[in-house]
Design a protein around this ligand. Structure first.
Ligand code: 13P
Ligand code: SF4
Length: 380
């Protein structure tokens, strides 16, 4: 048995507990010239006991260590499909790591390298706000025929609410399938928490009208809606949005089309409805990558999604012109919190027998959230 096995065995005994441990004073300096070598050594020491999952919005320095890169759907599937790796380093944001914990076996541990990597959109719907909304729907007699669909970008508690109330999770790559499934099982959808993904899918994929959708404002009594508006609506959209994708505008599209004749605009469905309606192609991060990769040499693309991904796409497709749709820098600041120093810190800590930053969803919440996640994974 090598030193690594001994250290890992110690790590197995010391589990639990250290979620939220501070990395103050322990975080390697970003300027450490040995950082990449340290990451390689720690990764090699952990071997097949560990798996590194990396979302497409992660920095290059982190993606370089990902065993699997993907969008949130692909990474959820990867977590669900792997029962061997005991430690899963999730390079993404908190709700993704929670979903991985829910979908893995009880003896697998999910680690988020920086616990402050959250998602502002996920924070826009709290469990108590959603329960208040559901009570209003109950009083109006429409809850029983309403199916909640929650975007993956939500807390485990919201996913649990969805699972308990006959609903399903969706991601940007299967939102249309999830909404069609919901209409086969009910008459109305409560779509949480991204109004744009919900509206874009309802109107552009399902053929509903903007008037079929109403916007629930959790900060106003009755969501800021009349009883009649709620009863007549087909889709109740939660008033949440992504601050990164919300920045892209029609002006950006007009400017780039004027500056680069023949360019095609490719955007993520979290963008505003007028942006998505005027784009040439709309898709999840995985779909954006596939579309650019499979396009003919010489193709020109203006892409409206997170900047780490767009920069990487530009570097990986040198035979095509790939530009960022906005003129200003637009990283997702929380995705960007996962940097190489944090990844090195969590890996080296584990090698030395200390499990840090474990994401552990409470059992009762996990039970119902899993129902909603598994409904998504089983969508036709
Ligand atoms: P994907 O579902 O395309 O991975 O998107 C996740 C996300 O957070 C986009 O902002
Ligand atoms: Fe959340 Fe937007 Fe960042 Fe995606 S890009 S993780 S939705 S804040």
């Amino acid at each position: 048995m090598g030193i690594t096995d001994l250290l890992l065995q110690k790590g197995e005994r010391d589990l639990n507990s250290e979620r939220g441990v501070s990395c103050d004073g322990e975080l390697p300096a970003a300027s450490d010239p040995q950082l990449v070598e340290r990451a390689k050594a720690a990764r090699a020491a952990l071997g097949s006991k560990a798996m590194v999952l990396g979302h497409h919005y992660q920095r290059d320095e982190v993606i370089a260590f990902a065993d699997i890169r993907g969008d949130s759907f692909k990474l959820a599937q990867a977590a669900a499909d792997n029962s061997e790796a005991e430690f899963i380093f999730f390079c993404g944001v908190h709700f993704m790591a929670e979903s991985a914990d829910i979908l893995t076996t009880p003896n697998q541990k999910v680690i988020l390298p920086d616990l402050s990597a959250g998602c502002s959109m996920a924070d826009m719907a709290t469990a108590s706000q959603v329960n208040d909304c559901w009570q209003v729907l109950g009083k109006l007699g429409v809850a029983a025929k309403t199916i909640p669909i929650t975007y993956m970008n939500s807390s485990a508690a919201i996913k649990a609410f969805t699972g308990k109330n006959n609903g399903a999770v969706c991601t940007s790559s299967n939102a249309a399938r999830a909404m069609k499934w919901a209409f086969e099982n009910g008459e109305k959808i409560l779509f949480l928490p991204d109004q744009h993904l919900g509206r874009n899918t309802a109107v552009l994929s399902l053929g509903l009208t903007l008037n079929d959708c109403v916007l629930w404002n959790p900060w106003k009594p009755n969501g800021g809606l009349t009883d009649d508006q709620i009863k007549k609506s087909k889709v109740i959209l939660w008033r949440g949005h992504c601050s990164v994708h919300g920045r892209f505008s029609i002006q950006n599209i007009n400017d780039v089309r004027q500056q680069v004749p023949g360019i095609k605009v490719l955007v993520h469905p979290e963008c505003q409805h007028e942006v998505v309606s005027n784009a040439d192609v709309v898709g999840s991060t995985e779909m954006i990558i596939k579309t650019v990769r499979e396009s003919a040499p010489g193709s020109k693309w203006a892409i409206g999604t997170e900047l780490n991904l767009v920069s990487r796409l530009a570097n990986e497709n040198l035979d095509k012109q790939v530009v960022f749709l906005d003129k200003t820098v637009c990283y997702c600041s929380t995705m960007n919190r996962i940097d190489l120093p944090h990844l090195v810190w969590v890996m080296e800590s584990l090698v030395s027998g200390r499990l840090v930053n474990q994401i552990k969803v409470e059992a009762e919440v996990a039970k119902y959230a899993k129902v909603a996640l598994e409904r998504m994974l089983a969508l036709p």
